[in-house]
Every structure is written in C-alpha cells, then in structure tokens.
Design a protein around this ligand. Sequence first.
Ligand SMILES: Cc1cc2nc3c(=O)[nH]c(=O)nc-3n(C[C@H](O)[C@H](O)[C@H](O)COP(=O)(O)OP(=O)(O)OC[C@H]3O[C@@H](n4cnc5c(N)ncnc54)[C@H](O)[C@@H]3O)c2cc1C
Ligand code: SF4
Ligand code: SF4
Length: 441
Amino acid sequence: YADIMKVDGYVGNFRARIRKNPRYVIAEKCTGCGECRDACPIEYPNYADMNLGVRKAISPPFGQAVPLTHTINRDYCIECYKCIDACGARQAINFDQKPEEVEVDVGAIIVSIGYDMYNPQDLEWTGYGKYLNVFTALEFERLILAAGPTGGKVVRASDGQKPHSVAFVQCVGSRDINKYEYCSSFCCMYTLKHAVMLKEKYRDAIDVYVFYNDMRSNFKGYEEFFNRAQKNGVKFIRVKLEDRRITEDPATGNLTVSAETEDGRPVSAQVEMAVLANAAIPHHTAHELAEILKIPLNKDGFFVECQPKIRPTDTEVPGIFLAGACQGLKDIPYSVAHGSAAAAQAAAVLNRGTWVVEPLVAKVNEDLCSGCRICESACGYNAISVAKVGDKDLAKVVEGLCRGCGICSSACPMDAITMPNYSDKQIVAQVQAAVEKVEKA
Ligand SMILES: Cc1cc2nc3c(=O)[nH]c(=O)nc-3n(C[C@H](O)[C@H](O)[C@H](O)COP(=O)(O)OP(=O)(O)OC[C@H]3O[C@@H](n4cnc5c(N)ncnc54)[C@H](O)[C@@H]3O)c2cc1C
Ligand code: SF4
Ligand code: SF4
C-alpha cells in the first residue's frame, strides 16, 4: 500500500523514497480477523471482483491478500466508527493516519508490476458496455470462481439466469495493428480453461463455442489440454479476425456472434452469453516507474530486458531486475520461473561484497570542465552530476551508474569528457586507418 517516489544510487547501494499511504489500520496490530468488516454498514463496488460484487468500506485489498491487513476507503466511509468497536482491544484502527514518506537502503530492485487489461468498449463490434451479456475474460474469471461474487455460479447480467450457451471470442484488441499488434500470449489457454470448466460443470446443459483464429497451445501439456476441450464437446470455429460482430436481441438479451471462416464462408452462433479475450496491456504505472528507475520500455510499453535469450531478467541498470508479465506477457508458470531467476540474481548481488563495473566509464578532465551542467541533463542514467570542489563547480561521474554510452562526452561543449578507448584522437585514427585500407584495396 505504497508508492515509489524516487530511487537514487547504484547497484548494491540504492536508496528508495517510498510513500506509505494511510490504511487507517495499523498493520502490526491487525490480525485480519474481519470483525470490523462484518460490522461495517457500507458497501461499494468491489474492484477485485471487476465491480461485479460489493465490498465493505473496511476490507482487505482482496480475499487472499498477504498480509490480510484491512484498509478503510475514506471515499465511502461514513465515520460511524462501528469498526473501532468491533476491533475492540486490538485497537488496530487509527483514523488519524497520514501518508508517510520513508527512505530505505536496498542493494537490488526487482520490478514485477504485471499488466493491465484493455477495456474493449471502444471496439464497437464487440457490443461490450452496450449489451449486458457481453463480458470480458477477467469478469468471467470472477464469475466462475467459487470465491467470486456469485459463489461460482455463471449468470447473465440481464436476468441473473444461467446461460445455456456461451461463445468465447479470441484476440479482442490483440494481434490488431490498429490496437495492440502483439499476441497477449495467455488468452488461448485461459479460454480453454474457462471452456473446459463450463463443460465439466454443466455438461450437456450448455453449448460452448470458441471463435478463434490460431490456437496457441505451445507449451508442455497445453496441446493435450486443447484436445481435452475438444473431447469435452467445446466447438471450435476458426475465423478471420476481421469482420467479426456481436449483435443483441433486445427482447431476450441473447446474442449472435458472426464471423467469416478463412475461406470466406459466413458463420454464426446464437448464444446467451459472450466472453471476450481482451488484450492484456502494459501496467498503467509502467511509464512512471521506468522514468524513476531509468530503465527503458519497448514500443508496446513493456520493460526491456538486457538480452532476450541469455539475460532475460537483467535491465540495462545493474542491480535492477525484471520479473513476470511486466517484461512481456507470460502465464503463471513462466512468470514464476522468471521471478525465481530475478530473485536469485538479486540475492547474488546482495551476497557480493564488491561489484565489478565495466571499465568503459566516462572520465572528466577537471582542468577543462566549466561546471555548465550540460552533461548532467544529457545523461539518461543520472550517472554524472556537478558539485562544488573547492571554489569550482566540477562534473563527477558515479562509476557504478555510468553505462559508457558516451552521450555526455558528445554533449560537453568544453571537450572535458572522454570515454576510454574512444577519445577523438583514437576515433579519427581508426577512421583514417579504415579509409586507407579501402583506398589500398
Ligand atoms: C482472465 C485471465 C485468466 C488467467 N488465467 C490464468 C491461468 O489459469 N493460468 C495461468 O498460468 N495464467 C493465467 N493468466 C495469466 C496470469 O494472470 C499472469 O500470467 C500472471 O498474473 C502474471 O504474473 P505477474 O506477477 O507478472 O503479474 P500480476 O499478476 O499482474 O501481478 C503484479 C502485481 O503488481 C502490483 N503492482 C502493479 N503496479 C505496481 C506498482 N507501481 N507498485 C506496486 N505494486 C504494483 C499489481 O497490483 C499486482 O498485484 C490469466 C490471465 C487472465 C487475464
Ligand atoms: S482492523 Fe481489527 S477487527 Fe479489523 S481485521 Fe484488523 S484486527 Fe480484525
Ligand atoms: S467508520 Fe467507516 S469503515 Fe468503520 S464501520 Fe463505519 S463506515 Fe465502515
């Protein structure tokens, strides 16, 4: 329940400024018993259930949160203080809590902020937001989950009835050059999961269709799961991603999903519910965090690893690692593997007494430096800063942060910064040697 505000320093020596937001509950005293929640009279839409259910003004962030510390949402709380009475001798509730800024020294940082889901309301053909019985995959996930708002009962929003037919529509926003060009990677498998769950729960009482273009079941055991869905009677309809449409019969709330097969034949299914596999997208805080940590995002907005094959958890900044879907969409087994690797790398940093940096770091000639600060603003890694030395302002390089990119060197108007092995003299000599070779040839 905190926001990261600023990070200074370098591998082994980071200092992070963190704003702890008030929960109005003292975490150390809260046992997670939930008695305050039972006493609270106020309910509001539960974001952890995709707003399909309600939560109390005092509640844990979500059912399986660790720790189960409760939090008061002051936007909804009416200050009746029934929670204080319910909490009793534990005295865990404190309405006077304020935001608090703390600084912590850490040796390594792991970025694991996951992803967000695209709201398909602007894809008019889906009818999402217009037709009550069109759901997103995450909404459906909450519906079918035993711990969800309906206790695991799949029901329509229009009449609260169990549907007798459901169509899953794949690649909604993903693999679409006008939206998100990339494949969201896990939708095929979670759709198979949802389809199999429906079939195993309701058997012949339900017809299940999957409108898909490619079924990407390409890891251990996944193809077998696809086969299981087919054996269970799920009907797979392979269609083009263009020209799909969902329409509604307003009298019944029933839907027609129509599309075209790859050879141009029109296909459709009349169903009582439709579920969209909407694109997974970069987390909305990714951009801000990338700026704070000075690590890059790719064109889609996911964090960039140092090298995709052999250094998939490293960032360009030593000591900052990536874990899970924030680096690129991946399902749980692969997120766990990635996270474990990042944790092992962070542990390796913490266990090292010293850190060997690349020798290619910028060098400042103090006699030439005028302290103009141009290098300071040019450096993308906060690796060079100007400070008073005696009565002179001088640039100083933090070797642990310098990535040897040379931008400060080319920006300096005084020619006061050089890169070892890349001085102007050396580069000119190399160019001359290369030109001579070409002339001789
Ligand atoms: C409908 C649906 C069903 C799925 N079903 C399955 C399945 O059955 N099996 C499977 O393998 N995969 C499934 N997946 C995929 C699965 O959700 C991802 O693989 C997994 O969540 C990735 O884990 P993660 O830890 O990288 O990201 P997340 O699970 O997104 O976790 C990131 C966490 O970081 C927090 N966070 C974000 N920003 C910040 C910040 N700035 N500061 C602090 N915290 C922050 C978030 O609140 C979140 O708790 C499903 C996905 C969907 C959409
Ligand atoms: S605030 Fe008090 S009553 Fe509420 S969960 Fe925590 S310990 Fe229990
Ligand atoms: S004071 Fe607020 S959180 Fe506590 S019981 Fe009343 S409404 Fe709920």
